[in-house]
Design a protein around this ligand. Structure first.
Ligand code: NAD
Ligand code: MG
Length: 342
């Protein structure tokens, strides 16, 4: 079993006298900054000139500085910028302001794992990665709980990088839920694999293909939508609470027999072999190289693919059906709000 740490395992004294800079005030940034502040940590937020988040952060009672000034003041810098922006900001504003004894923190290992950022050997480099979106990191903290976190150390200059990471995870509420040890390699590679193969890529393609198959066979798109998208949540909630076996306990025997005999005809050995290929592309750095080039080149293909899927029939049908079920989105943050915006 992996090591799991709780509140009693963390020593806050490692972070108590630190000056922390949180760079970015998006999904993760706003949650880390506010949780740290309420945990009594000396925190400032670093934002680029003209950022529309400045007013939001200040009205929440946070001190806001330019990215460079925040880095100059701080001795612990948490980088909560979009992964594709981190390298440029590192070169312009972070690197020139690093001094001996500083710690550089991340919430995802991408830029260290794929060597987009190579910090000097005399700084601690660690990760505190909440396993949930920022609005949950914030909300659970205000309710007295937390979101589980992964911690990892890429470089231990001080000899206490792990203690510092655990203290940081404690201050944002992570130890209330459990903190797991990992490495930058494992976190980055499993995170990318999960989102590509299961959580995002695999799931959206499965839902779309099932929907298309029913519609092409002449069934009503509304029925196809309910069967192939709407009900996914009901099944996933059961799996989340009780595992696959627990979910199967709740469904009918007919559903379970179909599951047991048909599932492996959908996810065939050929599909699993493709998963392995996707993992190889992640491990070799091929995916990272492709995505960095796409992003730096203006994201044309990305936008085209995004637009094509927005025009898929399942979106039109879904929009209308969800409009008839206002309780589904009632009280929900919009995608824009949830990501914190700019
Ligand atoms: P986000 O897009 O929600 O927020 C990024 C912030 O950076 C925004 O405030 C934006 O205004 C600012 N920003 C953008 N470009 C900038 C630039 N060039 N210079 C300065 N500021 C700039 O990002 P996020 O989802 O909070 O992700 C931050 C980090 O946390 C990433 O490393 C991500 O992988 C990681 N992470 C995210 C989640 C999540 O659920 N969102 C979960 C775990 C880890
Ligand atoms: Mg992720």
């Amino acid at each position: 079993m992996a090591n799991v740490y709780y509140e009693k395992d963390a020593d806050r004294s490692y972070i108590a006298d630190r000056k922390v800079a949180v760079l970015g005030y998006g999904s993760q940034g706003h949650a880390h900054a506010l949780n740290l502040k309420e945990s009594g940590i000396d925190v400032r937020v670093g934002l680029r000139e003209g950022s529309s988040s400045k007013a939001k952060a200040e009205s929440a009672g946070l001190r806001v500085l330019s990215t460079a000034d925040a880095c100059a003041e701080a001795d612990l810098i948490m980088v909560l910028l979009p992964d594709t922006e981190q390298r440029d900001v590192y070169e312009a504003d972070i690197a020139p302001n690093l001094t001996n004894g500083d710690a550089l923190f991340f919430a995802h290992g991408f830029n260290i794992r794929f060597e987009q950022i190579t910090p000097p050997e005399w700084v601690d480099v660690a990760m505190v990665a909440p396993k949930g979106p920022g609005h949950l990191v914030r909300r659970t903290y205000t309710e007295g709980g937390g979101v589980p976190c992964l911690i990892a150390v890429a470089q231990d200059a001080s000899g206490h990088a792990r203690d510092l990471a655990l203290a940081y995870a404690d201050a944002i509420g992570g130890t209330r839920a459990g903190v797991l040890d990992t490495t930058f390699e494992e976190e980055t590679e499993t995170d990318l694999f999960g989102e590509q193969v299961v959580l995002c890529g695999g799931l959206t393609s499965l839902v779309q293909a099932g929907f298309e198959t029913l519609v092409e066979a002449g069934y009503q798109p509304e029925s196809a939508y309910f069967e192939c998208l709407h009900e996914v949540k009901l099944i996933v909630d059961l799996m989340y609470e009780q595992g696959i076996a627990g979910m199967r306990y709740s469904i009918s025997d007919t559903a379970e027999y179909g599951d047991l005999t048909r599932g492996s005809r959908v996810i065939t050995p050929a599909v699993k072999a493709e998963m392995r290929k996707i993992l190889d592309e992640i491990q070799s750095g091929k995916f990272a190289e492709e995505w960095i080039a796409e992003s730096r080149g203006g994201r044309r293909r990305f936008e085209e693919l995004r637009q094509a899927d927005r025009e898929h029939q399942i979106e039109q049908v879904g929009g209308e059906l969800r409009g008839m079920m206002p309780w589904i989105s009632a009280g929900k943050q919009s995608v824009q709000d949830a990501s914190g915006g700019d």
